[in-house]
Design a protein around this ligand. Structure first.
Ligand SMILES: NC(=O)C1=CN([C@@H]2O[C@H](COP(=O)(O)OP(=O)(O)OC[C@H]3O[C@@H](n4cnc5c(N)ncnc54)[C@H](OP(=O)(O)O)[C@@H]3O)[C@@H](O)[C@H]2O)[C@@H](O)CC1
Ligand SMILES: Nc1ncnc2c1ncn2[C@@H]1O[C@H](COP(=O)(O)OP(=O)(O)O)[C@@H](O)[C@H]1O
Ligand SMILES: [K+]
Length: 470
């Protein structure tokens, strides 16, 4: 079952890899027209009703394919300014613009529906917004009143709203969509239209669809608060996590560090809030934050155990890295779905008591409900329900500190309201792409400061890709 946003993610991955979505639209139209010809034969009275989005485009290609063997009419309902999506415009040119019936009135539509024995419903797909307004609600009612066989493309138009087409069959692409069942979609036929496994099960630019946009009129606090507790053993790791978290664009980053290292943190992170750790501060800051990170540079001490247990008790979204993973290995009963663990293979073995591999990561996630990001030349991210592989990066990333950067970035993303799984996938993807960018520029001669310095540019490249193609 695929959520609409996941469909968007896959589209963006496809577009990044292949440059153009039109071939998918062609394949979608081919799948639907083949289904109709196989089931109903030729010389039928077919009415295709297309909306202004890409679902409508699928309908137009379907119409084009069925045109020569049937008595076919194609209606296209445009946006109020007369436009349709850019892919649909290409589909319209292919069909022949002058033969398309644009925006007919409801009476004419009713007549055309009554004269048809097959109706192809391509009004709305996964891009539907609730509520469905006129004239669409009336068209949907007319379709449902007709005796014709109704075939919906991808999803019944209006599914999930109070006006939904009730088709005899739905030809859907890649996977069954959220909310579809035989009762609301008729017989469900899943067709592969050329989406590759890489676009589904591997991290890619499409994972940026889960990254919350910055609102132009936003106010402080709206973009989340990060809490990082670090510095009992080393200071460098904690500083890097904070610098990495910045790239997710949270409003505030607060560090709670032991008194002995607070001057170093204050100097190195003069633009962040650095507080001295005590139990009361910790309680207050845990209450205020949206996501918390523990582990990097922490060591195992009385205080660090106290910190890790307080994080568990807080119920906040949390990232456990490095020493916090060792501590949590003794407290597995406290693990829950708000938690992301970012172990390398040794830490994974300590946490789970099993060999570090995909199968064991999935088993552990299922058992405890948490997300695991198992680091390696390819990162494995799983929440027990879904697993994504994140490949690439640079062998130079085996240097110390890259794990801290990753943990900080994931925490920043979780403070921005992302769930642990999607934050981990995107964090891993951006971290690796950033390593690749530096390797291209400098071969292996770069360090963690260089990674931190270029992360914003890497992030922006993918952000801009999503924004410019929406
Ligand atoms: N995933 C894949 O692999 C592939 C997916 N493909 C196909 O793309 C489909 C998704 O396309 P999509 O994103 O363009 O959205 P879609 O469903 O056509 O609807 C948006 C249009 O409807 C309009 N609109 C929305 N709500 C409304 C309302 N309440 N009342 C009135 N109007 C409303 C909205 O208007 P706008 O907001 O632009 O004004 C916009 O014009 C997907 O289901 C599949 O069929 C293939 O082509 C390629 C491979
Ligand atoms: N040889 C490698 N090739 C590509 N990416 C790597 C390599 N080694 C580490 N990375 C990446 O660097 C990040 C940190 O992983 P790792 O170095 O294992 O963490 P740590 O710093 O905690 O040991 C991960 O995203 C991982 O994918
Ligand atoms: K549809």
């Amino acid at each position: 079952m695929m959520e609409n946003i996941e469909g968007k993610r896959i589209d963006f991955n496809y577009k990044w890899n292949h440059g153009d979505l039109f071939i998918l639209m062609e394949n979608a139209g081919k799948a639907v027209s083949e289904y109709i010809t196989e089931k109903y034969g030729k010389n039928r009275n077919i009415l295709v009703i297309s909306g202004s989005g890409n679902n409508g485009g699928d309908g137009i290609i379907t119409a084009h394919n069925l045109d020569s063997d049937n008595n076919l009419k194609l209606i296209v309902m445009t946006r109020s300014d007369g436009s349709v999506s850019s892919l649909s415009r290409r589909a319209m040119e292919k069909f022949g613009n002058d033969r398309i019936i644009k925006n007919p009135n409801t009476g004419d539509i009713r007549k055309m529906i009554s004269e048809s024995d097959i109706i192809v419903d391509a009004i709305f797909g996964t891009g539907i917004r609730d509520p469905v307004k006129e004239p669409y609600s009336s068209i949907i009612e007319e379709i449902n009143l007709s005796r014709a066989e109704v075939i919906s493309i991808d999803v019944p138009s209006g599914l999930g709203t109070s006006h939904s087409v009730l088709p005899d069959a739905t030809v859907t692409f890649t996977d069954v969509k959220e909310g579809m069942n035989e009762k609301n979609s008729g017989s469900i036929n899943v067709r592969n239209i050329g989406i590759d496994e890489r676009e589904i099960n591997y991290a890619g630019p499409g994972d940026m669809v889960y990254f919350p946009k910055i609102e132009k009129n936003g106010h402080k606090g709206q973009n989340g608060k990060v809490l990082i507790m670090a510095g009992w053993k080393f200071t460098g790791a904690g500083c890097m996590t904070a610098r990495a978290a910045e790239n997710a664009l949270p409003d505030l980053i607060t560090m709670l560090v032991p008194k002995a290292s607070s001057t170093i943190f204050s100097i190195k992170l003069e633009d962040q809030i650095v507080g001295v750790f005590n139990s009361l501060n910790m309680k207050n800051e845990l209450e205020k934050c949206n996501a918390v990170l523990t582990g990097p540079g922490m060591g195992i001490s009385e205080d660090s155990v106290k910190v890790v247990l307080a994080v568990c008790k807080s119920g906040k979204k949390a990232v456990f890295d490095a020493d916090a993973i060792h501590i949590m290995a003794e407290h597995r009963d406290l693990i829950n779905q708000n938690m992301l663990f970012t172990p390398h293979s040794h830490e994974f073995e300590v946490l789970t008591g099993t060999e570090a591999n995909r199968e064991n990561a999935e088993k552990f996630s299922v058992k405890y409900g948490c997300t695991i990001l198992l680091k390696g030349p390819a990162d494995i991210i799983t929440n027990g329900k879904k697993t994504v592989i994140s490949e690439g990066g640079s062998p130079r990333m085996a240097m110390g500190g890259t794990g801290d950067i990753l943990a900080g970035l994931c925490t920043g993303l979780m403070a921005r309201n992302m769930d642990p799984f999607h934050a981990a996938v995107l964090g891993s993807f951006i971290n690796k792409k950033n390593g690749e960018r530096l390797e291209k520029e400098r071969s292996y001669w770069f360090n963690t400061y260089d990674l931190l310095g270029s992360m914003g540019r890497t992030f922006r490249e993918y952000y801009d890709f999503i924004i410019s193609n929406e």
